[in-house]
Design a protein around this ligand. Structure first.
Ligand code: ZN
Length: 135
């Protein structure tokens, strides 16, 4: 099983610690990496009416806010008791900025790569910008 670098693990653990998950008690951290190596972290942020934001959505928002529009790698780290894959909504959000080469890596708390997906394996035959008429 492969392992990601210690700096990335540190970033993910720190982000996981900043997750605001008082209702689910299921903290998640994610890092979006662009082709030029920039990384944008995000944690899940819940609210009392249960319409919180996932870690992946937080990280994608940070990336897009910084003006970045392409994902090279997506890292997801959950609380550790199971394979913490992106939810359906986040799969579609990742799809928005993914290429056929984008890798989605789901990690353990120790930074071990538990499973790696491509966009096609994570969300087969996904709806995307190409299905919309040109503007
Ligand atoms: Zn999600």
């Amino acid at each position: 099983m492969s392992q990601v670098g210690p700096v990335l693990v540190e970033t993910l653990l720190k982000t996981l610690g900043n997750a605001y998950a008082p209702y689910s008690h299921h903290p998640v951290a994610s890092v979006m990496e662009t082709p030029d190596g920039q990384q944008f972290a995000g944690a899940n942020v819940e609210v009392a009416h249960y319409k919180g934001v996932c870690a992946e959505a937080s990280a994608i928002s940070a990336m897009a806010t910084a003006g970045q529009r392409e994902l090279a790698k997506v890292y997801v780290m959950g609380p550790g008791e199971h394979l913490c894959t992106p939810c359906g909504d986040c799969r579609q959000r990742i799809r928005e900025f993914a290429t056929p080469d984008t890798q989605i890596l789901v990690l353990s708390r120790e930074g071990e790569v538990l499973k790696t997906y491509t966009m096609e394996t994570l969300l087969p035959d996904a709806f995307g910008p190409e299905q919309l008429p040109p503007r």
